[in-house]
Design a protein around this ligand. Structure first.
Ligand SMILES: [Fe+2]
Ligand SMILES: [Fe+2]
Length: 474
């Protein structure tokens, strides 16, 4: 169905035919806008930003571009087209018809899954609200705001499901999504990673590469759901999410590229010399990568999970790209985990496949993360340098799961707590690294200019040059 932009709330779900639902969402809309004003990007609400807005849900050409003041962005409800032949793709009900309504017995669980996903969307906007002040260019400023408005739209996507399918409880949950705030002492966001403010652009690029990619895999799992409206919502969110990871991928690429240029100019790989020249040395990039990759790993949950097993059995949340697996029931298979043995070594353990679904998804995520790392390393290799960026082991610095609190090297070798403490500053951003990165953060708002710590992008947005006036400040 075409997107209706004449309604107060743009949508392709024929919202006008359900007046009660429409009224409820129109009641939530001003609360959302107030939240955006209070906790969205600070100080840029009157700027004209060159943004894309969804105009259809087709895989190709779904966006239109133009200057928009962010509070006037047309946030709306867009679901992929319904496939009348879609059947349940996994679990105990494999092959049966998908659900257009929420089955009573799964109501609480599905609501919880939707709320947990929904909570991350506005949380990231809150985490990033000060970043506009220190954007390295207008191009980057625009990309930040594009990510922010789309995370706002992802909140709309989840709120629509809560309002349309979960009655009064759903409406209450939708209100609470605007009441919890990132880092709030009394009402924090649900997941830990989403309560840390993002103060610098290196962290922002790491977040969009690693944490938005966790989002991609969560959405891919939910896009398999037997609850069809949830699946269709997530399918469309994934098309928006791709840009967020692009921002991270190319952002890190440009940081690396700039470091290499400075190393070449100065003919040195001394980190201090690179820093003195105003660029970010590669070992520091590695430390930020270590931090954000490991913090994103925790978002997948424990290696062994009975919740994950029942989500799979009941068809609520599947494996990303379920079609690639041969056995969609997975009731007889096992998965081998390597766990800490409690004596500084490891032991192998076989667990039922269904209980290992978090680990299955985490492994696909790690493989996806490697693609960017390879690309960044190709740049370094081309420059003739031996340095390589690497993803740390999934055992390193974990706070959730079997490896939580078990000190290891970045390679995943168990070590003593003393050894970990002794090396921590070399493995993770320490205070002086953070102070250095923050010292580089100054807004560059002049058209065509770029901060010294990052190389210009290879190409601009929507065929415009990189030095286009992507944000008109007033
Ligand atoms: Fe999102
Ligand atoms: Fe995102």
């Amino acid at each position: 169905m075409a997107i209706n932009y004449t309604d107060r709330i743009p949508n392709n779900v024929d919202l006008g035919s359900n007046r009660t639902l429409q009224r409820a969402l129109e009641h939530w809309q001003p609360e959302f806008l107030k939240w955006w004003e209070d906790l969205g990007p600070k100080d840029f609400q009157v700027a004209d930003v060159y943004l894309r807005t969804a105009t259809s849900v087709d895989a190709k050409g779904w966006a239109t571009y133009g200057y928009v003041r962010m509070p006037e962005y047309r946030w709306g409800i867009f679901l992929n087209e319904r496939d009348p032949n879609r059947h349940i793709g996994f679990g105990d009900n494999y092959g049966q018809e998908v659900w257009q309504q929420v089955p009573g017995e799964y109501r609480a669980t599905l609501r919880r899954l939707i709320v947990t996903q929904g909570d991350t969307e506005p949380a990231s906007v809150e985490q990033q609200r000060m970043l506009g002040h220190t954007a390295p260019s207008l191009y980057d400023l625009r990309n930040l705001f594009q990510v922010n408005v789309e995370e706002g739209r992802h909140l709309w996507a989840m709120v629509y499901l809560l309002h349309a399918y979960f009655g009064r409880d759903g409406r209450e949950e939708a209100e609470e999504l605007l009441e919890r705030h990132s880092g709030d002492a009394d009402k924090p966001r649900i997941l830990g990673t989403f309560n840390e403010p993002i103060r610098d652009w290196l962290s922002f690029f790491m977040f969009t590469y690693f944490t938005d990619r966790d989002g991609k895999f969560q959405l891919k799992s939910l896009a398999e759901s037997s609850f069809d409206p949830l699946a269709r919502t997530c399918q469309f969110m994934l098309t928006e999410e791709a840009h967020h990871m692009f921002v991270g991928d190319t952002g890190i690429n440009r940081v690396v590229k700039r470091a290499l240029e400075v190393m070449h100019e100065l003919n040195t790989d001394d980190p201090q010399a690179i820093r003195n020249a105003g660029a970010i040395d590669l070992p520091t990039v590695q430390k930020y990568l270590n931090f954000w990759f490991t913090s994103s790993l925790d978002l997948f949950g424990s290696e062994t999970s009975s919740n994950a097993a029942s989500y799979f059995a009941n068809g609520l949340k599947g494996r990303p790209d379920e079609a690639q697996y041969e056995d969609h029931v997975a009731s007889e298979q096992f998965y081998e985990l390597q766990l800490p043995d409690g004596h500084g070594g490891t032991k192998n353990e076989q667990i039922p496949m269904r209980n290992a679904m978090n680990e299955v998804t985490r492994s696909s995520y790690v493989r996806d993360c490697e693609i960017g790392v390879k690309r960044w390393n190709r740049l370094i290799e081309k420059a003739g340098l031996p340095f390589r960026l690497t993803l740390p082991s999934t055992r390193f610095r974990r706070n959730i799961g079997n490896w939580a609190g078990v000190p290891t090297t970045p390679e995943g070798v168990p070590i003593s707590a003393e050894q970990f403490t002794a090396h921590k500053d070399a493995w993770l951003p320490n205070e002086s690294d953070q102070a250095f990165i923050l010292s580089l953060m100054h807004g560059v708002f002049e058209q065509g200019k770029m901060a010294a710590w990052i190389a210009p992008a290879d190409r601009g947005i929507n065929n415009h040059p990189v030095d286009y006036e992507y944000v008109k400040l007033h």
